[in-house]
Write a protein that binds this ligand. Structure first.
Ligand code: MN
Length: 350
């Protein structure tokens, strides 16, 4: 079964011209890269290498341990660790593929250097409000993942047969993680056709499920259990849940980057909870992340706090104390109370 045509011919043609005219290609993605960022970056990397290109992946910072099983990801150039080498690569590149981010600010310190590099830029992304307008902007916010978009582009370029198994493994990882194992952003039946085609290429779903989704550490499991048990508040009136972790809490469980990944989704499992907010005290700000169901626009709440994201998965960075942040969150919950669906029963607390 063929996938339906989503990306216009002239977009594919322009991408083809840019790729054909480039030998030295860089690929980059957002800070604190997730499965979709790494998956799409290395999906492209493996495919373009198979097509005879010189390709390097530059990451703004280190990637999580949970993604190290993906082939060749150890070859990524980490900007925070090898800045000079990355700067040289950027000065020599013809083309940069910008995967899974919509603005240069999403690259942290790498953003300025990358945006100022002489190479042509191609945006390949599924976040709302793309702000990168280089040689070509390929933005599909309605798509499940940048990995799905990447797979469709590879097929449209006529490279499906040449696409190596390693690329399929990377792309299926982003498809699985960005849909939370086919729970969100996957109402389009073609998402499953994409998965089938990646499995036919030899992608190993079981390895992805264990490595990228299920495996954790002893300390991280305890931290998450503590957060739910001691730091979760449910506000029945708003159908909202807030979980917060202070610096002290994090230190107590020897917090490592990525340990609370996915925690924000947990309160959504409580019947009657429409949206969930997770606050984590960082060195210089409070990291805010929000998830929702029933089309409740947490992106609006995050935008009020200076952040943004997808309608039902968004984030922000709050500068201030945890108490100030929780106060601001309460104000936001009140402000958007009228948008909570009326037909959802309040969560029961006892
Ligand atoms: Mn993504």
């Amino acid at each position: 079964m063929a996938l339906s045509k989503v990306i216009p011919n002239d977009t594919v043609k322009r991408l083809r011209q840019l790729l054909d005219g480039s030998h030295n290609i860089l690929i980059t993605c957002h800070v604190r890269p997730d499965g979709d960022a790494i998956g799409s970056s290395f999906g492209w990397c493996h495919t373009l290498k198979a097509m005879g290109k010189d390709v390097n992946v530059i990451l703004p910072d280190r990637m999580p341990k949970s993604l190290e099983f993906l082939p060749s990801t150890k070859d990524a150039v980490i900007y925070t660790q090898h800045k000079e080498y990355a700067d040289r690569l950027m000065s020599e590149a013809d083309l940069v593929l910008c995967c899974d981010f919509n603005a240069w600010s999403r690259l942290g310190n790498l953003g300025t250097a990358m945006s100022e590099s002489p190479a042509a830029k191609v945006l390949i992304d599924h976040h709302q409000k793309p702000q990168i307008d280089g040689a070509l902007q390929i933005s599909y916010p309605e798509m499940s993942s940048t990995c799905e978009l990447t797979f469709r582009l590879i097929c449209d370029l006529g490279w499906y047969l040449d696409m190596p198994r390693d690329a399929a493994q990377c792309l299926l990882t982003g498809l699985i993680t960005d849909t939370q194992n086919f729970t969100v952003n996957c109402s389009d039946p073609e998402v499953y056709q994409v998965m089938i085609k990646l499995l036919e290429k030899g992608a190993d779903k079981s390895q992805i499920m264990w490595e990228a989704v299920k495996l954790t550490t002893y300390q991280a499991m305890k931290l998450n259990a503590f957060a739910i048990s001691e730091r979760m508040e449910i506000f029945p009136k708003y159908r909202g849940a807030v979980v917060y972790l202070t610096k002290e809490d994090l230190d107590r469980f020897d917090y490592q980057k990525g340990d609370t990944e996915g925690l924000v989704n947990e309160p959504l499992r409580i019947r009657g909870v429409v949206y969930s907010i997770f606050l984590r005290e960082d060195d210089d700000c409070i990291k805010v992340s929000m998830r929702s169901r029933y089309d409740f626009p947490v992106s609006d709440l995050c935008e009020d706090l200076g952040g943004g994201g997808h309608r039902m998965a968004a984030g922000a960075e709050f500068v201030g104390t945890m108490d100030e942040c929780r106060k601001a969150i309460m104000d936001e919950m009140e402000k958007y109370a009228h948008l909570v669906p009326k037909n959802i029963d309040k969560p029961e607390l006892k």
